[in-house]
Design a protein. Structure first.
Lengths: 88, 252
């Protein structure tokens, strides 16, 4: 569920806030500062990755594919950042 | 005289192929794919190395279409061990780009394609008609692995991040002599096996090997009896409602 939530949050923020993580305020998330910084960092990292990937491909991906990719990149980043590895 | 020999040679090859196929009623086609790469990407990026690795991975991924007595399964081949896959971001991203995260099941008797969508909290069998695509069959032909193929075109679509429907052209090369109306990633409904398929400007799938006498049991791959069945239309509505739900959650 966490994975799905993060994916949905990421893809929605990607669509709704012009790729800027700065505007993003998690509504029902309680995080410590370091967790929050990692969240923002990995969130931005996954969006940048997706932007670069689409630019390399030369075409846009469907939003369901974007969700999957954001999800995987976010999970990979968090895994490196705090050892919380839940990549399937 | 030479051309007559060549013609008879080709006819013999096709007859042999069809004969072998009808005897066994089993078929495995191995596909590989290439993906469009824009030439205009110039800005340096910290992700360049990882994205290059994604493209390298895509070129090595093999997918198989298994067919036996009216049933087919299309899936990515397990080239990595589960532990490698767990830590391999590039492999996961490549599967998404090639649209092989899901497994595709075909049933020519019930005229259905079923896509198994698995996530952490759901498992759906999204179904649509085998004849969902409105193909235009053309007279242009070419040989793929010695098998005569004809060109057919259609239009497919996807929803972008703003939920706007985007269409793209699809070109398929199918073999009328192999009477299996299936192909890669859910494409189907042609009067022959699809050996090459291009989503124009996006990606291309092409057969690298065709085996007519492989040793497999389709029932070992066929999982359509488990999980909840949902039509493609209803599944899209469900995804859209999830999308809107989270959108409202964030806005509020």
């Amino acid at each position: 569920m966490k994975k799905l939530f993060l994916a949905a949050v990421a893809v929605l923020a990607f669509g709704s806030f012009s790729y800027s993580a700065v505007h993003f305020q998690p509504a029902n998330f309680e995080m410590k500062n370091d967790q929050y910084l990692l969240f923002i960092d990995c969130f931005q990292h996954s969006i940048d990755f997706l932007e670069d990937l689409e630019s390399t491909l030369g075409y846009g991906l469907s939003w369901s594919h974007q969700t999957l990719i954001l999800n995987d990149v976010y999970a990979s980043c968090e895994c490196v950042g705090n050892g919380n590895c839940y990549i399937e | 005289m030479k051309s007559i020999i060549k013609l008879y040679g080709n006819i013999f090859l096709i007859l042999l192929t069809v004969s072998v196929f009808s005897q066994n009623n089993k078929l495995e086609v191995v596909y590989k794919a290439d993906v469009a790469r824009s030439s205009s990407q110039s800005k340096p990026s910290i992700h360049r190395k990882s994205i290059d690795k994604v493209f390298e991975t895509i070129s090595t991924i093999e997918m198989s279409l298994f067919y036996e007595n009216g049933k087919g399964v299309f899936k990515v081949q397990n080239t990595l061990s589960p532990s490698d896959k767990m830590n391999n971001l590039e492999f996961n991203v490549s599967k998404v780009i090639l649209d092989v995260v899901d497994v595709y099941f075909y049933d020519t008797q019930s005229n259905e394609v079923v896509v198994l969508k698995k996530d952490i909290d759901y498992e759906f069998h999204v179904f649509y008609s085998l004849n969902r695509f409105n193909w235009t069959i053309e007279s242009e032909s070419k040989k793929i692995s010695g098998i005569n193929c004809y060109r057919a075109t259609t239009v497919n679509y996807y929803y972008d991040k703003n939920n706007v429907k985007e269409e793209f052209k699809v070109i398929a090369w199918y073999a009328p002599n192999v009477s299996v109306p299936l192909g890669p990633i859910g494409y189907s409904g042609l009067p022959g096996l699809i050996l090459e398929l291009e989503e124009v400007g996006r990606r291309r799938y092409f057969a690298t090997n065709i085996f007519f006498d492989t040793d497999f049991e389709i029932k070992n791959f066929y999982e359509v009896n488990k999980g909840e069945r949902i039509s493609e239309k209803d599944f899209n509505v469900l995804l859209k409602s999830k999308y809107e739900h989270f959108n409202n959650l964030i806005k509020n």
